[in-house]
Every structure is written in structure tokens, then in C-alpha cells.
Design a protein around this ligand. Structure first.
Ligand SMILES: NC(=O)c1ccc[n+]([C@@H]2O[C@H](COP(=O)([O-])OP(=O)(O)OC[C@H]3O[C@@H](n4cnc5c(N)ncnc54)[C@H](O)[C@@H]3O)[C@@H](O)[C@H]2O)c1
Length: 344
């Protein structure tokens, strides 16, 4: 069996490549290696950029440096594949409004091209979206003394209304990608699914303030740098460990029911920013320094996925608790300190 993973050298994509490789698949990692958001993390970008490439090459993946905007290259490289997993993206909110054309080209045109390649070769495809499509007006409550925002009911299903509140280009491009997935499924004879991911974390994540907060807090804590928290710090998410997220693509391949799926840790893995920082401190054996800042416009205070549909249709089940997952991430950062090129 052979899979093409767009964005294979990205954080999630690298875990998908690793999992499928370990399951005995041939894996093609298809990535333009742009990784714009790396420039904002404050870490050196050259070594971080190449880290996943070298790691996947070592695992025996076929490495392709190409753009999802290149329609012909995508069709050529996916020829002979049994499956496409599409994780290539411009994933950062701030970049989307600073460079909306880049956001559009990568997330809309790129996703269209991926679907068109799947259509040509008649193979299943899964697109990666985000809980961003729900917008930023989820009802939440913060009761006196609570350590996190809450909501009743706790979990939000795929039937919840989308695109509510003030919208950025990233909301539009992710939603447009989802609409094309549906179009290809409904009328163009290409059964496809979209996974709406909540916060993913794990080894090989070079997270910054913009994208990848668990890794950002972990990396800065390991290096003894202050953590900047925007808002109360009680914002809550059901975080998912990257290897569990990658497994969702394999589970889907074995039982492919087209549609939209929330993929997250679910209510059992809900955690607030401050709870996460406390956990990092416990694992590290010292308290991270925290700087509190005003809430940023558009930040979501609460999101916890209802993962019942993915559980029912393809037996998806996250396995790694935040405590275990954060510890694995932290140990990976400690082991690879030199990759971050932080001079402190
Ligand atoms: N990381 C998270 O917490 C999270 C949460 C929700 C949704 N997601 C979604 O998961 C997907 C993967 O996110 P990630 O965190 O792995 O991001 P990432 O930035 O680490 O990976 C994206 C990869 O795509 C590549 N890429 C960018 N533009 C490309 C292009 N034009 N052609 C080919 N490759 C290109 C980049 O070089 C990068 O390696 C995205 O769709 C993102 O929106 C991620």
C-alpha cells in the first residue's frame, strides 16, 4: 500500500508519515518546505526546517519538495498511491491576515488540487481542517474559582453552527476547503472526508505563540524563558497527542465513510492553559515563569470536541492522556535542545 502525505514535513504530516511507514506502507512526503510560521517562533529556522525531512528520510519515506499549487506535480506523484492524506497548509491565523493571498493559494487552491488528483486516480482522500471553522463565538461560562472556562453541554458536535463571529481569511480558506471536499464527494465521484482538528501537540512540534501553544509553553519552559499568556489563562481545549491524531487517518482508511469529523481528545482530555503550564512545571520540577497579557481579539475561550461521530464510523479513540503526552513532548525537547538554536 502507498500513501501520499501532503505537508509530510510539517508537524502533523510527519506523524502521519511515521505511522504509515511503521505499518509497512510506502510513504511519499510531499512538502514545499516553506513553513512560514517557523520564522515567528523565535527559534532558529534552518535546523528546525530540516529536522522532519531528515527524520522521515531515515525512516525510508520518499521525499518530494513540491508545492500543492503545482497541479501536475501532485497528479504525477500521487499516481500509483492508494490514499492521499492532505495536511499541507498555511495554518496560522496572523499570517492569514498579513498575507491573505498566500493563505488562499495554499489552503483553497492547494486543497482543490489535492482533491482533483484523488479524483484522477480514483483514490480516497482526507483533508485536514480545524475547529477554527466554528468561528470564535462559542458560548462559555467562567464560574468563580473555576480553573477553566466551561460549557453545558461540554462537547461540541459537527452539527454546531460554523463561521460565527469576526472572521479572518484562515476561517474562509479552511471552510472553502471543506466545501470543495463535499463537492467532490457529492458530484465528482471522489469520496472524501474532512477532519476538523482541535489543538495537536507532541514531539517534532516547533510551536510558537501563533500556532502550537502546548509546544510553545513546553519549549520555553525547558529553556527557562517566560511564557506569555493572553487572557485569563483559563481558556480550555481538548488537546490531542499527534500520534493519536495520525492514527485517525489510518482508522478512516480502514472504514471510509465520507463526511466531516471532529478529531480531538474529547471531554476526557480537556485542559486549560494554566492547568497545562502547571503540569509542565510538575514534570520539569520547577515552576515556569508566566507573563499575563490582555486577551487577543478573536481568541477562542473554549472548545471541546464531541468525537462521537469518528468513534462510531471508524472506531477513532485517542489513547494518550495530556499528562503522558506532555511528558513525551518535554523529554523530546530536552533531548533535542540544540535543534532550537536558542541562545540563552
Ligand atoms: N497543529 C495544530 O494544533 C492544528 C490544529 C488544528 C488544525 N490543524 C491543521 O492540521 C494541518 C497541519 O498542521 P501542522 O500543525 O502540521 O502545520 P505545519 O505548518 O507544521 O505543517 C504544514 C506543512 O505544510 C507545508 N506547506 C505549506 N504550504 C505548502 C504548499 N503550498 N505546498 C506544499 N506544502 C506546503 C509546510 O512546509 C509544512 O511542512 C493544517 O491543515 C492545520 O490547519 C493543526
Amino acid at each position: 500500500m502507498k500513501v501520499l502525505v501532503t505537508g509530510g514535513c510539517g508537524f502533523l504530516g510527519s506523524h502521519v508519515c511515521e505511522l504509515f511507514r511503521k505499518e509497512g506502507w510506502e510513504v511519499v512526503s510531499y512538502d514545499s518546505m516553506t513553513k512560514y510560521e517557523l520564522q515567528r517562533t523565535g527559534y532558529g529556522t534552518d535546523r528546525t526546517r530540516n529536522f522532519n525531512w531528515d527524520y522521515l528520510k531515515e525512516l525510508g519515506c520518499d521525499m518530494v519538495k513540491e508545492d500543492v499549487c503545482n497541479e501536475q506535480a501532485l497528479k504525477d506523484y500521487s499516481s500509483g498511491c492508494d490514499y492521499i492524506v492532505h495536511t499541507a497548509a498555511q495554518p496560522a491565523m496572523t499570517i492569514s491576515w498579513e498575507d491573505p493571498r498566500l493563505d488562499f493559494n495554499t489552503n483553497v487552491l492547494g486543497t482543490f488540487n489535492v482533491l482533483d488528483a484523488a479524483r484522477k486516480h480514483k483514490i480516497p482522500v482526507v483533508n485536514t481542517s480545524s475547529i477554527h471553522v466554528y468561528g470564535n463565538k462559542i458560548n462559555d461560562t467562567l464560574t468563580e474559582g473555576a480553573t477553566s472556562y466551561n460549557r453545558d453541554p461540554v462537547a461540541i458536535s459537527e452539527d454546531h453552527e460554523v463561521m460565527v463571529g469576526q472572521l479572518a481569511p484562515l476561517h474562509a480558506s479552511k471552510m472553502a476547503g471543506e466545501h470543495y471536499v463535499r463537492t467532490f464527494t457529492d458530484l465528482l465521484d471522489t469520496p472524501a472526508a474532512t477532519f476538523r482538528f482541535t489543538g495537536i501537540y507532541g514531539p517534532r512540534q516547533f510551536g510558537g505563540e501563533d500556532h502550537g501553544w502546548v509546544a510553545n509553553f513546553t519549549i520555553r519552559s525547558v529553556f527557562g524563558l517566560p511564557l506569555r499568556v493572553f487572557g485569563t489563562g483559563k481558556q480550555a481545549r481538548d488537546i490531542i497527542y499527534a500520534a493519536d491524531g495520525a492514527r485517525a487517518f489510518l482508522d478512516y482508511f480502514r472504514s471510509p465513510v465520507p463526511g466531516v469529523y471532529n478529531i480531538g481528545g474529547g471531554p476526557d482530555f480537556k485542559i486549560s492553559l494554566l492547568e497545562c503550564i502547571e503540569m509542565i512545571g510538575e514534570i520539569l520540577g520547577r515552576k515556569p515563569e508566566i507573563e499575563m497579557h490582555p486577551e487577543r481579539p478573536g481568541d477562542m475561550r473554549y472548545f471541546v470536541c464531541d468525537i462521537g461521530r469518528a468513534r462510531k464510523n471508524f472506531n477513532f479513540s485517542p489513547r494518550t492522556s495530556p499528562r503522558d503526552g506532555v511528558e513525551q513532548l518535554l523529554r523530546w525537547v530536552e533531548k533535542n535542545r540544540d535543534v532550537f538554536e536558542i541562545k540563552s
